[in-house]
Write a protein that binds this ligand. Sequence first.
Ligand code: HEC
Length: 169
Amino acid sequence: MKLAIVSAVAVAAAGFAVAVSYSEATEAPPANASPIYGVTIPEGYRDWKFVAPAQEAPPLDELRAVLANDIAIDAYKSGTLPFPDGSILVKLAYKRKQSTEFPPATVPGAPTTVQVMVKDSKKYPDSHGWGFGRFIDGKPVDLAQHETCLACHESRVKDHDYVFTRYAQ
Ligand code: HEC
């Protein structure tokens, strides 16, 4: 009986130790987060709604598709600008490939990057509320690339809350 109590206390203490180290771990930056912004690839994004396609001329020579979560889709549909906090936009990019089954058609080839913009005005006050992330094979690209995001979006689309893509009907 005494042994049972001692071992119960030991188990509880071990559980407490695990809980403490777990909460410390959750305060560290998440794995595979982008430099500067700490943005990660959002779970379930591949099932989000479609906003618009885009095509990039060589040398990138890519097809792109922009998807958005429900908060951003609602903002698009109601014409709400700026996008509200919680909006997330994801751009998927692929090499352009000529269809082998029907040559006039261009189809997605190898995937290249996944790019993410997250709206959180408290977390990102210095970048108009947007956090940026660019990923290759699920891993964030380097700091230098992340230093380019804001400048281009800021200089060209400030009248559309720094977002290029319009909703394609
Ligand atoms: C030189 C300009 C330029 C730079 C630098 C740039 N972007 Fe963009 N971005 C664009 C353009 C143009 C689009 C519109 C879609 C397209 O043409 O691919 C876009 C679209 C996006 C979108 C979809 C939402 C929107 O604004 O249309 C995301 C997400 C995105 N970019 C993330 C990033 C991230 C992350 C970086 C930095 C790692 C970055 N961009 C750097 C030009 C740029």
